[in-house]
Write a protein that binds this ligand. Sequence first.
Ligand code: M6R
Length: 359
Amino acid sequence: DKGTYPFYMLKEVDEQPNVMRKLAQTYLSEHGVPQIDDKLIKAMEAADRLYIVGAGTSYHAGLVGKRLFEKLAHIPTEVHVSSEFAYEQPMLSEKPFFIFLTQSGETADSREVLVNVNDAGYPSLTITNVQNSTLSREATYTLLLHAGPEIAVASTKAYTAQIALEAILAKALGEVTGQIVAQDFNIRQQLGLVATGMQAIVDEKDTLEKIANDYLMQSNRAFYIGRGIDHAVSLEAALKLKEISYVQAEGFASGELKHGTIALIEKDTPVIGFITQAKTAGLTRSNLQETMARGAKTLTIVREGLAIDGDDLILPDVDEMLMPLLSVVPAQLLAYYTSLNKGLDVDKPRNLAKSVTVE
Ligand code: M6R
């Protein structure tokens, strides 16, 4: 039931702070020690490489997960689009471990990969929101997202739940393998800050609606740019905008723009930059300048600690690794308001189904 909300998507965006708290309660002890099945951790520890597989938004959550597993658990991690992996399997390491990210647990493209993984006898984990779903039943292990039903076609809380759970899992694995970064990572405190930060962002709906009206309503295309983990979020931000508002949006590695795509920038093209990582903040800023010089209407979404005068949207500071949990929220709301104010059916965009059960 969507209660007083006009659309499920808005309700689901608003639920994200609670989903973060719920995940912390479910998977962390009072002292922040991950409570994850020992057998699962042992199976992951025995692997020499992780393969994350997913489609759409779940694939995008995997791109963030790669950073988390490599940084916290120091294990090489590859991320693959399931429909590609299924028919063009990459060369595998000697001891692969597979992680399937799927909100519904029913995505046919991802299941096709799992069938092959099972045939080959490799261990796997499904991270899903739906207990007893096909991919949950067929994988060796399951972790549930506990995000509550996600009804809107555009996935929101499943994305942030997947990232938070990947962080918990990466911390658990890193601790077992003796990684100092993992030991020092106070995930309980961080998820608490994330929840508070998300709340502050969803409380700024009026500002985000205004930005959607000023920046996105007038254009039939837009760019989201960033580097590294910010690039991963820019892909998700673009997908949100495309699927519900029909604006042709691209998520782009900001440094790549000048290698061709900047030719598309003309007067008033919206270019939105994510700046949440200290190492690349200056570079993304100059890439934004380059588009501005060609007439782009730029907007910055910046972590507080990196903000300068004139920045547009300031996000509360959390550990840089977890910034995607916050930076995606304004992008979800920008997509929402663009769709809403165009009079579209936000929850049921054309040509799309909630769960894609054909290949
Ligand atoms: O249920 P899944 O996570 O496996 O679904 C994967 C994609 O179909 C899904 O994320 C899709 O891209 C969403 N509509 C994006 O908002």
